[in-house]
Design a protein around this ligand. Structure first.
Ligand code: NAD
Length: 251
């Protein structure tokens, strides 16, 4: 198996892309540590991973809290002894409205989870990876880390920040055995996207018809790309975004 005996961490693993990736890491042979702020849904993910025969640890934890993130990484190491792969995925979007109507509170909240939270995760993951002399990180950006959509300026800003952090960190550790990349999903059928579509007054079918391939993506299609980027098959890839969007940003 492509990640046999590796230890892999996922943030925001209670649903959507994070859940699919936690399951895919387990199926690829890794021991999985994953976090979320939602306990019940987190335990459901743990059950799904164990059903595949993989080992896992769920930690209820908030990426916007430095103490929580430090403890999450410590628990991964205390339980499984090391940290080989990390998928920094937890993220939110909030109100859909033009920039002048966006609240400062919403801007700060999105940045504190999507950008600052991801920075915190990398900070503590990398400390462990430096001691090991090896590690792989994948950050979840978005096609909105490259192109904008109207009405979601704080989200777009946060996803551009993820790309800046990814490229900078990749350069910081390129000679120290640590690879750092990002995925940029297009519209993927998850709870987050259902809430956004609802606010915009459009359906998943409408969203799918905006994509050259004529459909939305599935969370598992992002998960497989993350597993690839974490594997030795991607050994010369660092500092890069992998866009998985059915051709959305090709035009
Ligand atoms: P989702 O809402 O299904 O999953 C996000 C998970 O993150 C939830 O389980 C949520 O509880 C958790 N979370 C939220 N705040 C957290 C925090 N502070 N600490 C820990 N966990 C927290 O959404 P999703 O679509 O699977 O989104 C996952 C990531 O993918 C996000 O970063 C999102 O921006 C990104 N993304 C999604 C799409 C899409 O179309 N769905 C497209 C591009 C990028």
């Amino acid at each position: 198996m492509i990640l046999q005996d590796k230890v892999a961490l996922v943030t925001g693993g209670a649903s959507g892309i994070g859940r699919a990736t936690a399951i895919a890491f387990g199926a690829a042979g890794a021991k999985v540590v994953f976090s979320d702020i939602r306990g019940v849904e987190g335990e459901e993910t743990a059950d799904l991973i164990r059903e595949t025969g993989a080992e896992c640890l769920f930690v209820k934890s908030d990426v916007s809290s430095e103490a929580d993130v430090r403890e999450l990484v410590q628990k991964a190491i205390a339980t499984y002894g090391r940290l080989d792969c990390a998928f920094n995925n937890a993220g939110i979007d909030l109100a859909v409205k033009p920039l002048h109507e966006q609240s400062i509170e919403d801007f700060d909240k999105i940045m504190s989870i999507n950008a600052r939270g991801l920075f915190l995760c990398m900070k503590y993951e990398i400390q462990q990876m430096l001691m090991q002399g090896a590690g792989v990180i994948v950050n979840n950006s978005s096609t909105n880390g490259l192109v904008a959509l109207p009405g979601i300026s704080p989200y777009v800003a946060s996803k551009h920040a993820v790309m800046g952090l990814t490229r900078s960190a990749a350069l910081d550790y390129a000679k120290q055995g640590i690879r750092i990349n990002a995925v940029k999903p297009g519209p993927i059928a998850t709870e987050l996207m259902a809430r956004s579509a609802d606010q915009m007054g459009i359906t998943f079918d409408d969203l799918g018809s905006m994509v050259p391939m004529g459909r939305m993506g599935q969370a598992t299609e992002i998960a497989q790309a993350v597993v690839f980027l974490c594997s030795d098959a991607a050994s010369y890839i660092t500092g890069q975004p992998l866009t998985i969007d059915g051709g959305y940003t090709a035009s």
